[in-house]
Design a protein around this ligand. Structure first.
Ligand SMILES: Nc1ncnc2c1ncn2[C@@H]1O[C@H](COP(=O)(O)OP(=O)(O)O)[C@@H](O)[C@H]1O
Ligand SMILES: Cc1ncc(COP(=O)(O)OP(=O)(O)O)c(N)n1
Length: 345
């Protein structure tokens, strides 16, 4: 649960190279050719009450890539699947489409042909760190791991933060954010992108430019639980102008929704608390949007992904409700009931 600060405040809101240098990677393979296009139509979703009510028209957001595109254009999903070409479709099996996830690369296809393991979907979070391990990158990567996707990360800001509040924010230099994003997009080719605290309008624009056309979950983080402002007016304006128009789905809470001018176009889920009685809820918004991105990456429809994300947050809030970590608003649980304890199976 992000803070409920007054509306006005909410809106303000190798080797011989030196440490931190950007080191060119010799012999790096050229990026895979062709940019993916997202075809299909986004889904009209809007929150209107206790939990966002989803008005989702089923959408087929297949990621087009020849030669699969020809099959897909004919709507021949079964043949496409047999050809090993199915990738990132937002209509899950339940919706009759049957796409399960991204197209595996050649190593994945060979492994699959042998009956071996296939690659997990890759999801990248572009967000800030929380030194307390509750929100931001920590929440996102923990949630991705729990939900069976490989998580990559682009760090936009470092925060000194704990259960009592945000004590300092240090934006990561723009060129370092660009370098992280280039590395992940070029090499790992994530099927989905999730954004959290972006920090500056320049980074908001960068993400809009570089990530349009992928499954894009935008959590427009503006204020922390503690009331600390994490986005300026200029960042909010950049969300409206650049990022929301290219998002697959945005997950503002009610205050953020108001700050953004109450967008009600395709793909808006307004989040709002829930029934679990707990004060250990620092990081719920990040966890919810990360879970949503993970389920979309697995090929769930938006409706299904939203339901599963809410169920995941509920489960983790229940798991941590009696914790007494820290002196303030405790973290949503990012641990699980069957942790690996070091035994060899
Ligand atoms: N106390 C709670 N019990 C059950 N689910 C919750 C609770 N708090 C949050 N959630 C779930 O997490 C989502 C995001 O929570 P919210 O408080 O809106 O996030 P934010 O931190 O962005 O304000 C909610 O829509 C809901 O699904
Ligand atoms: C680095 C960082 N990013 C995001 C938040 C906000 O987290 P969220 O889960 O959306 O809301 P709260 O947990 O703060 O209620 C943050 N605090 N830090």
């Amino acid at each position: 649960m992000r803070g409920r600060a007054p509306a006005g405040r909410r809106r303000a809101a190798g080797g011989r190279h030196p440490v931190g240098a950007l080191v060119p990677r010799p012999g790096r393979p050229a990026p895979r050719g062709g940019r993916r296009g997202l075809v299909g139509h986004a889904v009209a979703v809007r929150g209107d009450g206790e939990q966002a009510r989803l008005r989702a028209a089923a959408a087929c957001l297949c990621l087009r890539r020849a030669p699969a595109a020809r099959l897909r254009a004919r709507g021949d999903h079964a043949r496409e699947r047999r050809s090993g070409a199915a990738i990132g479709c937002l209509r899950g099996r339940r919706d009759g489409c049957g796409h399960a996830g991204r197209r595996p690369g050649h190593r994945g296809r060979r492994a699959a042909a042998r009956g071996g393991p296939v690659n997990p979907p890759v999801v990248v979070t572009i967000a800030g760190t929380d030194s307390g391990g509750a929100a931001g990158i920590a929440a996102d990567l923990a949630t991705f791991a729990a939900l069976g996707v490989h998580g990559a990360c682009v760090v936009t800001a470092v925060t000194a933060q704990d259960t009592t509040g945000v004590h300092a924010v240090h934006p990561v230099p723009y060129d370092v954010v660009v370098a992280q994003l280039d590395a992940v997009l070029d090499d790992l080719d994530p099927v989905a992108v999730k954004t959290g605290m972006l920090g500056t309008p320049e980074v908001v624009r960068l993400v809009a430019e570089r990530c349009a056309g992928r499954l894009l979950v935008v959590d427009p983080v503006m204020v922390a639980t503690s009331g600390a402002v994490l986005a300026s007016e200029a960042v909010v304006a950049a969300y409206r102008e650049h990022l929301l128009p290219v998002a697959t789905v945005a997950t503002p809470n009610e205050e953020e929704h108001a700050s953004l001018g109450r967008p009600d176009g395709p793909g808006v889920i307004v989040t709002r608390g829930g029934d679990v009685p707990t004060t250990n809820d620092h990081g719920t918004g990040c966890t919810y949007s990360a879970a949503l991105a993970a389920h979309l990456a697995h090929g769930a429809s938006l409706t299904t992904a939203a339901d599963r994300a809410a169920a995941y947050v509920t489960q983790q809030l229940v798991a941590g409700k009696d914790w007494t970590l820290g002196r303030g608003r405790g973290p949503v649980a990012h641990v699980h009931t069957t942790p690996h304890r070091g035994e060899i199976a």
